[in-house]
Design a protein. Sequence first.
Length: 144
Amino acid sequence: MKILVLNGPNLNLLGTREPKIYGRETLADIEADMRSLFPEVEIDFRQSNSEADLITWIGETRGQFDGIIINPAALTHTSLGVCDALKAVADVVPAVEIHLSNTHTREEIRHKSLTAPACVGQIMGFQGFGYTLALRALVNKLKS
Ligand code: DQA
């Protein structure tokens, strides 16, 4: 099973970025947790600050990956392009949306996700731990 894990803008700064909101785990810590949870799952873990990279990578998943876990970060609230890319492959590559923070408890602009309707489910509010929850959920979905 091959899973693509995508992280959007500013998530490269995890660890030092607003730790009260996002926690102290770095993206490398989160990646290591995911790899140790399912050693048999092939995980391709990426981060980009560029919307274009994310859209291109999502569009390349057909026939290459079984599923996507995505934290679109700020693009969650702005990017119809990321939403459309997820929808374009959703027939064969299901996606789970993940957020470190509970965006519903934050500023109103963060309450709406443009990308969630293109995903099979969403996990938020558990900081880095949520990524392993998302992986468990996606593996379970793909096996069922
Ligand atoms: C985030 C929430 C977004 O609103 C924010 O722009 C991020 C991170 C999260 O994981 O909690 O960059 O996606």
